[in-house]
Design a protein around this ligand. Sequence first.
Ligand code: URA
Ligand code: CA
Length: 438
Amino acid sequence: MLAVDIIRKKRDGAELTSRELEFLIEGYVSNSIPDYQLAAFLMAVYFQGLNDEETAALTLLMAHSGELLDLKEIKGVKVDKHSTGGVGDTTTLIVAPLVASCGVPVAKMSGRGLGHTGGTVDKLESIPGYRVELSPEQFVSQVNKIGVSIVGQTAELAPADKLFYALRDVTGTVDSIPLIASSIMSKKIAAGADCFVLDVKAGRGAFMKSVEEAVQLAQTMVEIGSRAGKETVALVTDMNQPLGRCIGNALEVKEAILTLSGKGPQNLTSLCLELSAEMLVLAKAAENREKALQILRSKLQNKQALSKFGELIKAQGGNPQVLDNLSLLPQARCQEAVLSTQAGYIQEVNPLALGQAAVLLGAGRRTKDTVIDLAVGIELKKQIGEKIQAGEEIARAYANDAALLRQAVPHIKGSFTIAEEQPSSPPLVYRKITANNV
Ligand code: URA
Ligand code: CA
């Protein structure tokens, strides 16, 4: 077999066999196929696409390029949840303890921030003492003991994806649905859960700008899950404004604690309930969405979800007193109220611009080696559809560097569009995709 023949075949739009895909992936991971040939292959895929069979084969080959996590020792159905990435997306910090408080084990591997989107692992590190690295044995034993663990994704997880992603990033081949779907699902499958709930974001702050594209990505991932024997449900959800009101690591931990205490922003709370309900149904802990929602609401009300978060923090070396004393989280030295010069209704809150402003403040990485500032970020005082007066606070910026604060404020202000008429709020969930309705 020759790499050039496989590249030519895909370039001309023909279907590749699993054997051919295996030849490319194994060859690339073991260094017998050079970057330029894999880059040419990725570009051929970008233009010609992959069918469902090819996409599933590619995903499984990538998943098996390293070690697969074995969660067999954990009793019960293991459901994993994944978001394709947004701004202010604090859902994992809420969903994991909430679902665990219903008796469904949550063994979760999470990532760090990427570009303008935040990452769960960075957020958790703002809890004093919290350790994101556990051995596989500690991880499994903690889930058996308290029902939940959230750790960082190890480098051994789907190494082919890591290599592919680095090449895609510099060859203009990131935004291809089969490549995104196989990249995400290879890591999910390698992380060992039995079924998956996917939160596929659509809108200005997401990879997929339109609902149609997001639905296509969701369908592709659900199909991969089915073919791998793992039941998968996807919700296509809105990312035309940030989720909740906080952007930034410690600020989002604070927001998660408030949400688990029943005092969170409405859109964040609703989305967490919807995602958690899908997880309970997949784990057979509830008959249907409505019954699941009932159970979940009771766990928020009786504070069992909140105390599960405390158990999680304590088990991983963190200080659970943060739940009662939010000032134990890293605090920024300077803050500034961003005031509106106009009166009217909020029409748009640009999540991409706000995500970038948060990175500017130091909440995200500008280069691979940036040390992020856990304390800084943005708190939104207004969301789409809300009324504002001239001179009223529209947002608040938190920084540890006064010069950065001055730079960020105009960007934050520019993220809001205000007009006279009250717009309707964007829907939170656009579509649900299951294996049966693909
Ligand atoms: N997230 C991933 O893990 N992979 C992609 O290709 C895009 C987003
Ligand atoms: Ca948020």
